[in-house]
Each structure stands twice: as C-alpha cells, then as structure tokens.
Design a protein around this ligand. Sequence first.
Ligand SMILES: *Cc1c(COP(=O)(O)O)cnc(C)c1O
Length: 745
Amino acid sequence: MNRERLLETLWKIEVKNKTAVELYQEISAACMNEILSEKQKIPARRAYYFSVEYLMGRMFFNNLLALGILDEAREIFARKGFDLNTFEDVEDAALGNGGLGRLAACYLDSAANEGYPLYGFGIRYKYGLFRQKFIHGEQVEEADDWLRTWGDPWSVRRENEKIEVGFSDMVVTAVPYDMPIYGNSVNILRLFQAEGSPEAEKISEYLYPADDTEDGKLLRIRQEYFFSAAAVGQLVRKYVKNNGKNFGHFPDFHVFQLNDTHAVFAVAEFLRLLTKEYHLTLPRAVEIAKKTFNYTNHTILPEALECWDVTLVEKILPEIAHILTRLHIFAKREWRTCGYQKEEIAEMSIVCGGKFSMANVAVYISGHVNGVAKIHTKILKERLFAAAYRHAPEKFLNVTNGVTQRRWLLLCNEELARFYDRNLGHGWRENFPMIEKIDCDDPEILEAFAKIKETKKRQLASYIEKREGVKLLENAIYIAQVKRLHEYKRQLMTALAILRIYFDLKAGRLPDFTPTVFIFGAKAAGSYKRAKEIILFLNKIAELIASDGEVNGKLQVVFVQNYDVSYAEKIVAGSDVSLQVSTAGFEASGTGNMKLMLSGAVTVGTMDGANIEIVEAAGRENNYIFGATVEEIGELCGIYDPVSFATRNPRIKEVTDTLTDGTFEDADGKLKDLAASLFEETYNRADHYYVLYDLLPLVDALLKVNGEYQNRVLFTRKQLKNATHSAFFSSDRAIKTYAEKIWGI
Ligand SMILES: *Cc1c(COP(=O)(O)O)cnc(C)c1O
C-alpha cells in the first residue's frame, strides 16, 4: 500500500458540486484501488470461514483506519469544506442478525491484522436484517435495502468466477462479490449473490426468511446449500486444476471452519463431489473431510440446533440427501466397531426421527469442535455432545470469543485510545495486553478516565436525542442492555426490575437514588411474538415513567430504534454499566459484554457465558454478579414453581401484576401473554428462564451500583479495572488460538 500516493489522490478529489454519495463513491474507490493493488505472497495453506451471517457494519471509517489514513483524510476533506462524518449516514452492511455475524466480522478483521490467511464465505443478501421502527411502542419492520442509496463501493463483482449450483428443480448462478479485508495481510470476504431467474434471485434476497412453512424451510435449505456448495465447488475445482485428483493433499492447503451449523451442507457437498465427480470411495472422502472441517457451536438452545426433514432435502437436493444418508450408515458402522453404546449411537446419530441433525454431522466430521466460552464448552462436553466427547475428548476445545479493539475501541472511543497513548506510548496498539499497565490507583489517571467517560456519555446522549428525539437525563448512570431480543437474555426481567425501582422511588423508599437511565437496543425476530411483546412492554414502561412528574427526573428508560453495529459503537462507549443477565447456561458467550468492557462499563450480570471470564479478568469485586448459577438452575429444575414463588414475594407480585391489572392499556392481550409466560405452561414451562427467581437479586445489584456510583473514585476505579483488563477479549487473541490450535496456519 502506498500511503503517500493514496493521500495525494484524496487531495485531488474535487468536492465542489458533488453530492455526498458521489464523494463517498469516489473516496471509497480511491482506497479500494490502493487496497487491490497490494501485491502479496499468499501462503498455500489457508483457512476458510463459512458463515451465513456477516455483520460488518459501516466499512468506510473502518477501512480508512485500517489503511492508517483516517485522521489525515478527515483533515484533508475538512480543509476542502467537507465533513467526513457526513458518512455516518451510510447504511450498515447488516448482513447478519447479532452476535454470530458480528463475531465473523471481528474474526476477519483480526485475521487480516494478525496476517493470517483467512477467507470468508457467505451470502450477499439483497436486504440486510430489517430496519426497525416503533409505532405506538410496537416494532415495525421495514426492508433494509442497504445498497439503494450509497451502493457498495467496498466490494468487487467477480463476473468471471461465477459458478453454477444445482437443485433438482433449477440451476442457480452464484456470482461472487469480493470484499477485501485490509490489514497486515489483505484477505477476502467472498459473498455469493444468486442469479439466473427470479426464483433463483430469491435465494439471496433475505437473511433468515420465515421458516414456519414448508416453502420457508425449503428456502432456508436452498440458501445454506447455495453458498456452501458454491464455495466448496470453487475450492475443489481449483485444487484439481492445480494439483490433480490426488485429494490426499487437499487438507494441506485447506482448513474449513463452520460457524455454527448453517453451512454443514458444505460437508455433504464435499463428499458428494469427491465421490460422484472424482470417484473416490466414501471412506476415503470421509477421511479427507475429517482433516478439513472444524465446527464452532454457538448455542445449546434446542430450537436453534438445526434439523432438516430428510424428505425436504430429498425434494430439492436428492444427491445431498443420499450422501448424508450414506454418511449416517457409515458413521454408525464406525461407532459400532469402536464399541460405542447403543444410546450413544442414538445420541450422535446423523439421521434422527426422519431428520438430518446438522450438528451431529458437524461433530462427526470435524477434526475440532469448539465452544465459545469456558462454561459453554464445558456444557458441550457434559451435555450436548457428551457421547462424542467421551470417545474423542481430544477433539473438543474452547476458544472464548473476542471482539476487535480496532472497531470497538480505536474507532468508537478515540478518546480512550489517546488516553492509552498518553500513558503508555503507542506500543499498546500493537501489543494490546499492555493496557494492563495503567495504574488504576493513580488519582490523576482516574480523573482523566472519568472525564473521558463523561465525554462519551454526552456524545451518546446527543446521538440518541438526534435519532430518537429523547433527551437523556444528565448526571445520571447510563445502564445499557443491547442485544437481540430473546427470552433467555431476559430483557423482561430488567423491565420488571425497573418497575420495582419505580414503585420504590414513588413510595419514598429510595431517598438517595442516583438518577439512572436504562438504554435498550434490540430487534425481535419477525415471527417471535413474545419478543415483540417485551419490546412493547418496555416502551410502555418508558412512557409511564416519562409522564410521571414524581420520578421522571430520576429514572428514565429509552429503547432506541434499529439497534445495529453503528448504534452499538455509540452505546458501548457511552455506558457506565453493562447488563448481561441471561439465565445461567443459556448465553454461549456474549460479545456485547466484551465491547462494553473495553470502554470500561462494569457488568451487572449472571455467571453465564463470557461474563465468568470477564469477572475473572477484571475482578469479581469490580463487577456486580447476581443470580442463580448453572448448578443452582439445574437443582431448581422440576421444583421451581413461579406462581407460589411470586405469591410469597409481594415485591415480585406487585410488579408482575402490572401486566394484567390495567396499569397499562392492553386491549389485545399482549402483556397478558407475558404474564402467561411467567405463570403458565405455554410453549415452555412457566417461567422457563427463571425471570422471577432472579428478579430481586437483580434489583439488589442495580441498587448496589446505584449507591456505589456516588463514590466517584471508587466507581471510576472499577470501570478502569474493567477497561484495562479487557485485552483477553480481543479477537486477535481468539484468532491466534484458532490459527494455532485448530487451523495450523
Ligand atoms: C455485538 C453485537 C451483538 C451481540 O451482542 P450480545 O450482547 O453478545 O448478544 C448483537 N448485535 C450487534 C449489532 C452487535 O454489535
């Protein structure tokens, strides 16, 4: 990369009479030119990441930062009278739903930065995750036509590298769009767009189309097979062209990482190609696959572990169904020979109950299976994949997730980055764990950090005011719970805790209460009714409190619309407290918790996912841990009765009553359904996620924060301890672990 040449090109860009979009295109194109001209020696052995989601966020600032020209570019255009911050209006590339997709993006960033050859494969959706609006407190979804206004100057269409993907009823053309990921190496995220017919185009139209109908399920299967087959097809053909048909060396050059089960059809396609087109025996093909594939599990929620009806797969992909069925028989024979118990074989079976278990395919074929936080990996070993673990413990390992400090610190909290520069020099930018050297007991350092937090809070407040039209309380604690809306993440529990505090404030029971703002951000999946009801409930609580003169100077709730990566950048930097309150055992890792930690938020959380490692790193005394542990939840199972539990606790009953007693208008029974989820058996047991069980401990933790916040030195020290002990949660560390322990690159 020729930095001088690039800056010179930028200098020559004329701004007069150009629209922001034109300038965006032109500046981006100049940078892309420079990136694409980079000549590099690419190692022969490469890792490939298969993911149905990539939540890249806005590329502009990130890429300029990676190129090392962000500050200069800002200045160059400022002198020309154009503010680069105009591009904060550029839409996010939101080709993902949440943590899983953002993790993929962070890993690409870290791999490029660490100089590892990691290439991503995915789908170039026409519409990203929907755009969210609230109307009368309810979520309304709009199509996210992300390419419409600003286009996509950060990727290149590779017309001559397209490949056909066959279904029994149609052939689809997969056209690659390559997005370079710039760092110490230049890697590629290759997203395939489906073309050829209107039917074909549907495949890359929407992320996670509803799958409650047969057509919906078929479309999902098509999507998953489409990009997996396109990727595997290209790599196998290229290998044959360069190395001939001796596939014995394929694993020397390729290592595949399956980001959850969405790309497990890649396994089937690989076996199909090797056996059908290149005439290897199945045992030989399996042997090669076993040296090539690896699998990361991201969830133990049964409803999220994909199983596809054999008959559905047969309908559009008969050869794939056939090879998976053969694999099922082959694996069973292998297990029997090795002396597995009958029950173990049933548990690990590839076909169960007329369905293909994609997780079982992945576990069987993968050389390594990893969980994403210590406790999650432990649960995989002890519960989800216990049989497989007993027979091949060496296959299982943990790689705790991470986030890239380039986006989640350098880009979103420049002030904090410069604070590290001042106190440590620039070395920490290359050697992140150095930040631990900051002296958290030095009063001047503490004061400087506190000032930065104040600045970031003001910036956040003004951003929220601009976007939502809501003015946040000043001199208040900012507490954020930002993540997908899901019952296990327990936004409902926070809602009830806020009501508890509200009632106590009104009754004068909290005389020393520090003003507090609760900031929520979350999208609910389109078909997830109960999640939408929780959004509505929180918006109603926000309204109730805002219109109550007795408390509205002390307590505030704001639910921001369209939470996405760019919104997250503001919220994580400007929050004092991070809420991570999932039912213990349910949150595989969480990465939002890490982003907030990087900017020094303290965690109010349960002992779940990466929270456990966060408090290990930053000190339990510097965070606010509450609630039932995994073991306690296990013991409660079958004994816990939320109805009698609430009846015995008037402080709980008073707040749950608001769901049904007319406190809130509820003509269509949406809040009633939330009450039902707590007290009645619906699609889950009553209070399946132990919301009421952990409710009062959460209130206590929040009140403890509230009191301690008033001691500025003590609280700032806790925050700084978190910030300076966050280096472990860098995705650079995670990607190094993958590279060394799994990929061998
Ligand atoms: C990091 C991130 C997530 C994941 O958050 P969790 O708290 O780990 O669930 C989801 N959405 C966006 C936009 C993110 O940036």
